[in-house]
Write a protein that binds this ligand. Structure first.
Ligand code: AP5
Length: 217
C-alpha cells in the first residue's frame, strides 16, 4: 500500500495516519515530523528549515525531496502512508519519478477536506508528544492524564507554529501551493475526497472503507 494523505494544516492527517499504521502495519512518513526531529537534533537540514517552518512557509523543495526520497527508500518494501508530502506540484512530480524508477506508483490519495474556521480551533487546542509524535487535543482528544502522553508519559507541548498568526500563514500557503497538488493527482483519478470535519472515529471509518477495498484488490 502506497498512500498519500493531503489536507490543510489541522485537517487530521497525522491523527489518521497513526490509526492507518496501527490497522494496516505500513510505515508513517511525516515530512513535518522528520523536519522537527532534524531541528531538535540540530542537523544542518534542521537549521536550514527552521526559519521557514516558524513563519508558516514551505521548506525549499530540493531539501524536502532529498529527505523524503531517502526515507521512502528505507521503508518501501513494507508500504507507506505519506503525511505532509508532497506539498507542491514539483514535489509530486519528483515523487512519481522516484517511484517509477522501481516500477512503483502512488495507489491512492486521500484528500482530507475541511473549512478554515475549524482548522483554527483544532490548531490552538492541539498538544503533541515531543518524543513519540502522538497528537492530542485539549477538548476533542484528551490524554488520560492532562498534559501527559498516554504512550510514554512524556510532557505534552504546544507546537510553536500553532500560534494563530502562523496558522493563518500556513493556511494561505496550503491554498496557494498545495491545493494544486490535489488537481495534479485528480488528472489520473487517484484522489478520494474525505469529509474531515467529522469526528476522528467517523473520519477513520470512511478512510478504512476505502483502504480495506484497496488491500483486498
Ligand atoms: P506539518 O507538520 O506537516 O504540518 P501541517 O501539514 O500543517 O499539518 P499538521 O501536522 O499541523 O496537521 P494535521 O493535518 O496532521 O492535523 P492533526 O492530526 O495534528 O508541517 C509543518 C511545517 O513543516 C510546514 O509548515 C512547513 O514549513 C514544513 N514542511 C512539512 N512538510 C513539508 C513539505 N513537504 N514541503 C515543504 N515544507 C514542509 O490534528 C490537528 C488537531 O486537531 C489535533 O489536536 C487533533 O487532536 C485534532 N483533530 C484531528 N482530527 C480531528 C477531528 N476529526 N475532530 C476533532 N479534532 C480533530
Amino acid at each position: 500500500m502506497r498512500v498519500v494523505l493531503l489536507g490543510a494544516p489541522g485537517a487530521g492527517k497525522g491523527t489518521q495516519c497513526k490509526r492507518i499504521v496501527d490497522r494496516y502495519g505500513v510505515s508513517h512518513l511525516s515530512s513535518g515530523d522528520i523536519l522537527r526531529r532534524n531541528r531538535s537534533e540540530g542537523t544542518e537540514l534542521g537549521n536550514k528549515a527552521k526559519s521557514y517552518m516558524d513563519a508558516g512557509a514551505l521548506v525549499p523543495d530540493d531539501l524536502v525531496v532529498a529527505m523524503m526520497v531517502e526515507a521512502i527508500k528505507e521503508v518501501s518494501d513494507k508500504g507507506f502512508v505519506l503525511d505532509g508530502f508532497p506539498r507542491t506540484v514539483n514535489q509530486a512530480e519528483e515523487l512519481d519519478k522516484t517511484l517509477a524508477e522501481n516500477g512503483e506508483s502512488i495507489d491512492l490519495v486521500l484528500n482530507l477536506q475541511i473549512d478554515d474556521q475549524i482548522v483554527m480551533q483544532r490548531m490552538t487546542g492541539r498538544r503533541s508528544c515531543p518524543k513519540c509524535g502522538a497528537v492530542y487535543h485539549i477538548e476533542n482528544l484528551k490524554p488520560k492524564v492532562d498534559g501527559i502522553c498516554d504512550k510514554d508519559g512524556t510532557e505534552l507541548i504546544q507546537r510553536p507554529d500553532d500560534k494563530p498568526e502562523v496558522v493563518e500563514n500556513r493556511l494561505q500557503t496550503y491554498h496557494r501551493q498545495t491545493e494544486p497538488v490535489v488537481d495534479y493527482y485528480r488528472r489520473d483519478n487517484r484522489v478520494y475526497d474525505v469529509d474531515a470535519g467529522k469526528s476522528v472515529d467517523r473520519t477513520s471509518e470512511e478512510i478504512y472503507g476505502k483502504l480495506d477495498a484497496l488491500v483486498s484488490t
